[in-house]
Design a protein around this ligand. Structure first.
Ligand code: AR6
Length: 183
């Protein structure tokens, strides 16, 4: 099925409905917390589907500050790597925007380090952390686009995996604004 697609050099950015745990990209991104201790939403789904080895690695890593990301292997998941990114708890401050952008950028830095050529992102911070998706979508897509422009040939595919109708509408609006085609 064709999905909205933006092409930046050799890299495709796509958005699609789906479940982050079933993605076959080299890496998937987790919407984690600073304690790396698991939780609900994306985090719960990844640890449940991936099995206990992911949490064992998280315990060894300890903590991850807001706006940063760490990487573990992916246990039973199809992906090779889980990149645990910590988005901000939305408070209506300018720093929310910079921390969210940082979480996306740091995720891609970890992906480059482990040579993951394809990465699937959930909508970081837009669930339990309350970040309005209309505000988050341009930050997510803009930050990833800029990173890909600045790091040509590092990625084949970046997929934004969308779970809810509201998230889909916001991402679709931003993809369309940036001239996405059905690819
Ligand atoms: N696949 C893709 N997207 C999903 C899935 C899934 N399986 N499940 C939910 N979403 P959230 P946050 C969407 O709450 O806001 C956890 O307890 C969901 O609809 O997972 O960054 C952590 O431990 C929403 O749009 O992440 C942290 O404590 C988006 O994913 C805290 O929540 C993000 O929702 C992180 O909160």
């Amino acid at each position: 099925m064709p999905v909205p697609t933006l092409t930046i050099g050799a890299t495709k950015l796509v958005m699609d409905r789906g479940d982050i745990t079933t993605q076959s990209t080299d890496a998937i991104v987790n919407a984690a917390n600073t304690g790396l201790r698991g939780g609900a939403g994306v985090d719960g789904a990844i640890h449940h589907a991936g099995g206990p080895t992911i949490m064992e690695e998280c315990r060894k890593l300890g903590r991850c500050p807001t706006g940063k990301a760490v990487v573990t292997k992916a246990g039973r998941l199809q992906a090779k790597w889980v990149i645990h990114a910590v988005g901000p708890i939305y408070a209506g401050l300018t720093s929310d925007n910079t921390e969210l952008a940082s979480a996306y950028r740091e995720s891609l830095m970890r992906a480059v380090e482990v040579q993951a050529r394809s990465v699937a992102f959930p909508c970081i911070s837009t669930g339990a952390y309350g970040f309005p998706v209309k505000q988050a979508a341009p930050i997510a897509i803009g930050t990833v686009s800029k990173f890909v422009e600045d790091n040509p040939d590092k990625f084949d595919l970046i997929r934004f995996v969308i779970f809810t109708d509201a998230d889909y509408a916001a991402y679709f609006g931003e993809f369309t604004r940036r001239g996405a085609v059905r690819g």
